[in-house]
Design a binder for this molecule. Structure first.
Ligand code: DOR
Length: 412
């Protein structure tokens, strides 16, 4: 077991209410000590943070690791290598796999694969309905016992409101939240990328959350109206949260210059939506940054017309892209959106650097770098951020006391 001394970092720990230059000692997978000018011990590896920010480990609660079923798009190995390169010590992965993660056996298989191959913590999000077909409810209590931290048919909305309502009633006593992929399918078929497709689904989900009291999280919220609906629902006491992606915070439709490959669900929206999302991050309406890492093969992304696979590889650009989109966000808020808040929503141990905490740590600096998808660890090399300069760079990621990624060594 390596022991670690991180020297000369700016420790930003919202839970510990700390923002100060400190050294951090990690021993036996836990934070052992925080102090000024700690002396290295013989068995310790030294990490010179050189003024970089040292924060509790980031969590991305919305990634697609494609296990099982799609090893040509991503594997647990490559997806979690991408995660630690992106500063994430934990990810929660979506169940639109083959087969879907809709039984305790499927969750256990994923957990076993992660135990041997993953470079970071992997939490399973189980399907809401069997086979994600939107009809038969999953066994929520059994899935939660197997380790599922949330339920979602992500990639698809549960089309039938009665099924979604029945699901919420059945899952009411299971603390793990529902995560809604909000695109109303009939409206999507009729209207394509119109924002009403999302707004109608968000309104419905919030009404079901209000009536059933089920904890509800809106995935990749992308419109100004959906954000306003969420604000209103909260004033009525609805327990609902939401996340926003790097791409919806950055691009409006047609501005990427990527043609058909711009495809992503939900689609890129209008300038006014991008501005509203940024405002929602600043005013606290948006709880979480989550990248919806959706790797596809180059051929799948290059397909013509409406056939291009939807989604972008996000883990390795996310932190830089958030910083570019909301450069004025205070660092403690930035860290909350990436660690404290996703942990609270998924009922994970509260991320902190106070002594005794599990040693999951993310280190980053405000240093400009250029996105080179060919260098990604992810098998999915497609990103609308390719070639862009981003202002914040991940320097190292510590997972369970182990240096899982070190930028200047590329140990991951
Ligand atoms: O663009 C997307 N791609 N959105 C989703 O919700 C699913 C994802 C995928 O699995 O490829």
């Amino acid at each position: 077991m390596t022991q670690l001394l991180i020297r000369g970092g700016r420790v930003v720990d919202p839970a510990g209410k700390l923002d100060a230059l400190r050294d951090v000692r990690v021993r036996d997978r836990r934070i052992a000590e925080i102090g000024e000018h700690l002396t290295a011990r013989d068995d310790e590896e030294l990490f010179d943070a050189g003024g970089a920010v040292v924060a509790p480990g980031f969590i991305d609660m919305h990634v697609h690791l494609r296990y099982p079923g799609y090893p040509e798009k991503e594997t647990i190995d490559t997806g979690t290598r991408a995660a630690v390169r992106g500063g994430f010590s934990s990810v929660a992965c979506m169940p639109n796999t083959n087969p879907a993660l809709d039984t305790p056996d499927a969750i256990e298989l994923l957990n076993a694969e992660a135990a041997t191959r993953a470079h970071c913590r992997v939490y399973a999000i189980a399907a809401m309905t069997r086979g994600r077909r939107g009809r038969e409810l999953a066994d929520f209590a059994a899935l939660a016992r197997a380790g599922a931290v949330a339920f979602s048919d992500d990639g698809d909305t549960v089309a039938d409101a009665a099924v979604a309502h029945a699901a919420a009633v059945r899952a009411r006593d299971v603390p793990a939240p529902f995560i809604g992929h909000c695109e109303e399918p009939a409206l999507k078929a009729a209207l394509g990328n119109d924002g009403i497709v999302e707004d109608a689904a968000v309104a419905r989900d919030l009404l079901i959350a209000a009536s059933t009291k089920k904890a509800w999280h809106i995935a990749h919220l992308s419109t100004a109206t959906a954000l306003a609906l969420l604000r209103f629902a909260r004033t009525c006491g609805v327990c609902a949260t939401c996340e926003v992606t790097p791409h919806h915070l950055t691009f409006s439709a047609g501005t990427t210059g990527l043609g058909a490959s711009e495809a992503v669900n939900p689609p890129l929206r209008r300038d006014a939506d991008v501005a509203a999302l940024r405002a929602g991050v600043r005013d606290g309406t948006i709880d979480v940054f989550a990248c919806d890492h959706a790797p596809h093969t180059a051929a799948e992304k290059a397909a013509d017309g409406t056939d291009a696979a939807p989604g972008y590889s996000g883990l390795e650009v996310a932190v830089g892209a958030y910083a570019a989109a909301v450069p004025d966000l205070p660092l403690s808020r930035f860290v909350e959106l990436l660690s404290v808040n996703p942990a609270r929503i998924l009922r994970l141990p509260p991320p902190s650097l106070t002594p005794g905490s599990v040693a999951d740590i993310t280190m980053f600096a405000d240093r400009s770098w250029i996105v080179r998808p060919q260098d990604f660890a992810s098998l999915g090399k497609f990103t609308p951020f390719a070639g862009r300069a981003l202002p914040r760079k991940i320097l190292a990621t510590v997972v369970d006391g182990r240096l899982a990624y070190h930028a200047s060594r590329e140990t991951a």
